[in-house]
Design a protein around this ligand. Structure first.
Ligand code: IMP
Length: 196
């Protein structure tokens, strides 16, 4: 996966200076999100769809995805914190914000930004299954298959992602870069510099 297109010109300078290479341009992301939305709309016709966004990384993906799903749907959010170092999760997960509503009997689509080890999602899936939804499926924008330590069934995948730390379009490093409209790889100097 390598998208040669340069960052949007309005983003030259500033945050973009920290990006060594763009792997998914804004246009490429939007095209794929539209395809996923159409596929989800076709699959969930006539069902009681509840889209659950995993905060914070999926906030842009969700916002774009739900506008491409031409069906009545409900939306909720869940937030978890995964302990680990800055770039790798440990599998020890703490619930920061739970859903606002019961999900028993509903068709739940869990929307993630990226699946890396799979540990965060595995915790969430186990947790949500105990609440007896009619169905539970996963959509992820990015899939880092190489890094997986637990198996996750993923119904919808935007893109396969190289085993590198990526930022932008919701994804952060140390809380920054979520507002980049594209996805890229950080320059190594940024990590070396520690907290910004
Ligand atoms: P997992 O539990 O290892 O699958 O990690 C999932 C979470 O770690 C994601 O929801 C992200 O918040 C974060 N994460 C994993 N890889 C990256 C990355 O390359 N960039 C930014 N965040 C990442």
């Amino acid at each position: 996966m390598h998208d040669e297109s340069a960052p949007n010109t309005t983003w030259s300078g500033g945050l973009s200076d920290d990006i060594s290479r763009v792997i998914l341009s804004e246009e490429t992301i939007q095209r794929r999100v539209a395809e996923l939305g159409a596929q989800i709309a076709a699959d969930y016709q006539g069902r009681d769809l509840l889209v659950v966004g995993v905060l914070s990384g999926s906030f842009l993906f969700i916002a774009d995805l739900v506008r491409q799903i031409n069906l009545p749907l409900a939306l909720d959010f869940i937030s978890v914190s995964s302990y680990g170092d800055r770039t790798r999760s440990s599998g020890v997960v703490r619930m920061l914000k739970d859903l606002n509503q019961p999900i028993a009997g509903r068709d739940v689509l869990l929307v993630e930004d990226i699946i890396d080890t799979g540990l965060t999602l595995s915790y969430l899936i186990d947790n949500l299954r105990t609440r007896q939804p009619a169905s539970l499926a996963v959509a992820t924008l990015l899939d880092k298959k190489e890094a997986r330590v637990v198996k996750i069934d993923t119904a919808y995948i935007g893109f396969e992602c190289p085993n590198e730390f990526v930022v932008g379009y919701g994804l952060d490093y140390a809380g920054r870069y979520r507002n980049l409209p594209y996805i890229g790889v950080l320059r190594p100097e940024v990590y070396a510099g520690g907290d910004k």
